[in-house]
Design a protein around this ligand. Structure first.
Ligand code: SAH
Ligand code: SF4
Ligand code: F3S
Length: 439
């Protein structure tokens, strides 16, 4: 029997974290990892549905497996993740993608070993999707990608129902993990040599709101900060409506908590924000960012922005550009609004034509890049501390890593410093990264 596997992961850190668990379960079943999806015994697609092109990519890549399975008939093809929580997608897998053997969703990844065994013993296609959680499953084996840094999910799901977004439908309601379990997990990671953790949630600032113990995100940051051995604590994503003064104080006061804040604003126009159901205004964003910058001067603040939301006007886009300039974001992911079936915005009137969306994206990008370059320029000729994450494929003496506030640094250095924190002198500050040499 071919006991090798390959996992193809699409989407966000939640999916990467889930894939590490799927990998952990497969290893526990005696499987070993391979890089070649054509010859693997088990292939898992962990899918994302956040924008239409994510769906299109997955279906495109799945198509190739019709022929791979002809040359490798033993192969088991499993598909999971956010796409599978939508009935119309599962239907398409059922009817048009017979090469897929197993389908499961985001709420039952812990059931994968059982589903795999069921398929292997019956040779039937296995479909199992849960509509929502059947409780938190703790302590799944995790096959971590890096020994020195790790994702730690602190909550799952989302209750915000932003009108454009599919995530609340694919990930279910917000459930925070008990803080004792999170702390225990991070203590074990730190004892194992892990230097950096990234606390994950769709909206980390609302951590604990669904629990009765009056323990919130600021409390968690302080307790994680106290864990011996750990060097850096990151977290994402922050939602502007729930960013409390307690959290700002905790970031400012905790030496290990990185001043890297991914504050997804989505738009700078109050009317658009209202239609998006985001729960804050243009003025709130600007005041919040000013407060963060004055309390935490070294903070790098990054964001997500959507252009072309239904009904957005040129004047609305100007509001967004105002906010980008007033907040001086260090960097941003910007997206063209994509219609998601089943979300309120998909049936709103005044959908924006594609060419207009593209023009607006270009305008936004020009503005973001200018500001990003300015924000990086201050690092020119300075020494920064970098957690070294790896070497360049083409040149092992060329290393890459991140500063405490999240800046990407490429530099010449000792390959043996991968997995440690080193000092780098910055020779050239670029728009998207910093270039330098280890000192
Ligand atoms: N929970 C996070 C974001 C998760 S999705 C938050 O609220 O910030 C990641 C990003 O994808 C979002 O921030 C948003 O900018 C973008 N996004 C989500 N749905 C989208 C859609 N329908 N079209 C375009 N971009 C979208
Ligand atoms: Fe989507 Fe909004 Fe939830 Fe983020 S907060 S996952 S954008 S619904
Ligand atoms: Fe995509 Fe699901 Fe993440 S839709 S962005 S993988 S939560």
């Amino acid at each position: 029997m071919n006991k090798t596997y390959k996992i193809m992961t699409y989407g966000c850190q939640m999916n990467e974290n889930d894939s590490e668990k799927i990998s952990g379960m497969l290893k526990a079943m005696g499987y070993t990892k391979t890089e070649d999806e054509k010859t693997a015994g088990v292939v898992v697609f962990n899918t994302c549905s956040v924008r239409e092109n994510a769906d299109v990519r997955v279906f495109g890549n799945l198509g190739a497996f019709k022929s791979y399975k002809k040359t490798n008939p033993e192969m088991v093809l499993a598909v999971c993740g956010c796409m599978m929580q939508q009935p119309h997608i599962v239907e398409e897998i059922k009817t048009k993608n017979p090469q897929v053997d197993i389908v499961f969703g985001t709420h039952n990844i812990h059931r994968f070993p059982e589903l795999l065994t069921k398929h292997l013993t019956s040779d039937e296609r296995v479909f199992e999707i849960f509509e929502d959680d059947d409780g938190l499953v703790e302590n799944l084996p995790v096959d971590r990608r890096y020994p020195f840094k790790s994702y730690v999910s602190i909550m799952k799901g989302c209750n915000n129902f932003c009108t454009y977004c599919i995530v609340p439908y694919t990930r279910g309601r917000e459930v925070s993990r008990p803080h004792e379990n999170i702390i225990a997990e991070i203590k074990a990671l730190a004892a194992d040599g892990c230097l950096e953790v990234t606390l994950l949630g769709q909206n980390v600032n609302s951590y604990g709101n669904d629990r009765q113990d009056d323990y919130h995100f600021a409390d968690l940051l302080r307790d994680v900060n106290a864990i011996p051995g750990l060097q850096r604590v990151r977290f994402m994503t922050s939602h502007p409506k729930d960013f409390s003064d307690e959290v700002i104080d905790a970031i400012a006061e905790c030496d290990k908590v990185c001043p890297a804040i991914h504050l997804a604003v989505q738009s700078g126009c109050t009317a658009v924000l209202k239609a998006m159901h985001r729960g804050y205004t243009k003025e709130h964003i600007i005041a919040l960012v000013q407060k963060i910058r004055s309390r935490i001067p070294e903070a790098a603040i990054t964001t997500d922005i959507i252009v072309g939301f239904p009904g957005e006007t040129e004047a609305d886009l100007e509001d967004t550009l105002d906010v980008v300039r007033a907040c001086a974001f260090d960097a941003a992911f910007s997206f063209i609004y994509s219609k998601r079936t089943g979300t309120p915005a998909a049936v709103m009137e005044n959908q924006i034509p594609d060419d207009v969306k593209h023009q607006r994206l270009n305008k936004l990008l020009a503005c973001l890049h200018e500001i990003g370059a300015d924000r990086n320029a201050v690092y020119q000729d300075r020494d920064v501390s970098v957690l070294v994450e790896g070497t360049s494929k083409h040149n092992p003496g060329r290393l890459t890593g991140r500063t405490k506030n999240g800046k990407l640094v490429n530099f010449d250095g000792n390959p043996e410093s991968v997995g440690t924190i080193v000092t780098v002198h910055i020779d050239e500050a670029k728009t998207f990264s910093l270039d330098g040499r280890q000192v």
